[in-house]
Design a protein around this ligand. Structure first.
Ligand SMILES: Cc1ncc(COP(=O)(O)O)c(C=O)c1O
Length: 388
């Protein structure tokens, strides 16, 4: 980690990565950084083994059934765009929620504008949870898609994806899950959670590098391709291939990214998801307990930490969130994230939009108790300077 910085911005991206991630990306890309699946020479075969091996690994990780349905893209924004534009047509209705990130909201707003897709946006309750019954109440004969964030990148609440997925499956509605914050922290299970399209990003809790992510499309769910290009297969054909994974993959893949993702997920599996989550949540409990004691600190949806991941937001009464962030950085060398966190409806619903958002801490597997102590002390000092 860079000198003495205390990195509490793991909701944005995980940093640092396990040493194994840096080491494997470097050694593999030096040795076999060539186009996979395009030729038959040895290096190409080795590159292909890492590509296909990671497809299988990620399919297992999400409890999918067919590795060919695991398609790599850049990140979850890319995957969500592919999914939503490939599923929704004129006259369709989609349901989503106020916990969503702009990577869901903006494609849906654009679909409403460009394809006249009807949109319903369900609020969350005072503790930050969306009620699956409220989602179901919005179902109409033309409802095609429900898109739900598994874990909020602002308030850290884990949404009831299984109950939502079950309701969608019963009605033949395609359930799209945004697992950007949850994958790598808590189990995400295609089968048990009734997920039809799972979108993931590699650089957050999966501990891979930036620029790799993807989607898993359940068998029987048809996502139309919205791009076309080279796949390295059947090049004389005029149209892009229909079969998975080619249907959702376009051009040269991010092979070093895939190698890093492979090493990140291998590291997670060696430690165990539960152990990582438990360790992070113990730190989150300590942090919330400390923040709760500080006069003037406003915590959002943190009555208790059941069904939470280790991402949390707060404000200091009478202070702008960005000023608090600057003081944490400049005076205390603590990295956090302030503002609306690309999730404007969360802040609108909490009323924190009027304070220009909130301050967010995201705890990762390399944070320690000393980091948490330092963060609490820093917020204490900052809050003591507020004008009353
Ligand atoms: C809940 C959620 N969805 C989607 C995204 C988008 O991820 P990426 O920028 O990797 O595409 C993020 C990133 O902050 C997120 O937290």
């Amino acid at each position: 980690m860079s000198s003495s910085i205390i990195f509490l911005d793991n909701g944005a991206t995980s940093y640092p990565k396990p040493e194994e991630v840096y080491a494997f990306m470097d050694s593999f890309y030096r040795r076999a950084g060539v186009n996979p699946g395009r030729s038959g020479y040895d290096l190409c075969l080795e590159a292909g083994e890492v590509l296909e091996g990671t497809r299988k690994q990620m399919t297992r990780f999400f409890n999918g059934t067919d590795p060919n349905r695991l398609c790599f893209g850049y990140n979850s924004t890319d995957a969500l765009n592919l999914a939503l534009w490939g599923l929704l047509d004129e006259g369709d209705h989609a349901v989503t929620t106020m916990v969503e990130h702009n990577s869901v909201l903006r494609p849906l707003y654009h679909l409403a504008r460009d394809r006249k897709v009807e949109l319903d946006i369900v609020p969350f309750d005072e503790n930050g949870f969306v009620d699956p019954d409220e989602i179901e109440k919005r179902f109409k004969p033309n409802t095609k898609v429900v898109a739900l964030n598994h874990a909020s990148n602002v308030i850290g609440t884990i949404q009831p994806i299984r109950e939502t997925g079950r309701r969608c499956r019963n009605r033949g509605i395609v359930f799209v899950a945004d697992t950007s914050q949850s994958a790598g922290k808590i189990p995400v299970d295609m089968e048990a959670d009734f997920i039809d399209v799972l979108c993931f990003t590699g650089h957050k809790s999966l501990l891979g590098p930036m620029g790799i992510g993807g989607l898993y499309v359940r068998e029987g769910v048809e996502v139309r391709q919205t791009r076309a290009g080279g796949t390295g297969v059947r090049s004389a054909q005029k149209s892009h291939l229909e079969e998975y994974p080619y249907r959702m993959e376009f051009g040269t893949p991010n092979l070093p990214g895939i190698a890093g993702l492979h090493a990140g997920v291998k590291w997670i599996e060696s430690k165990g998801l539960d152990a990582i989550h438990h360790q992070e949540m113990a730190l989150a409990e300590k942090l919330v307990a400390g923040l709760r004691e500080i006069p003037g600190v406003i915590l959002y949806c943190l009555k208790d930490l059941r069904d939470h991941i280790s991402v949390l937001s707060f404000n200091v009464e009478g202070m702008d969130a960005s000023d608090v962030g600057t003081m944490l950085d400049v005076d205390h060398n603590i990295a956090c994230r302030t503002g609306l966190h690309c999730a404007p409806l969360v802040h609108e619903h909490l009323g924190s939009d009027k304070l220009h958002g909130a301050v967010r801490f995201g705890i990762g597997p390399f944070n320690t108790e000393a980091h948490i102590d330092a963060a609490i002390k820093a917020v204490q000092e900052i809050a003591s300077t507020r004008k009353r």
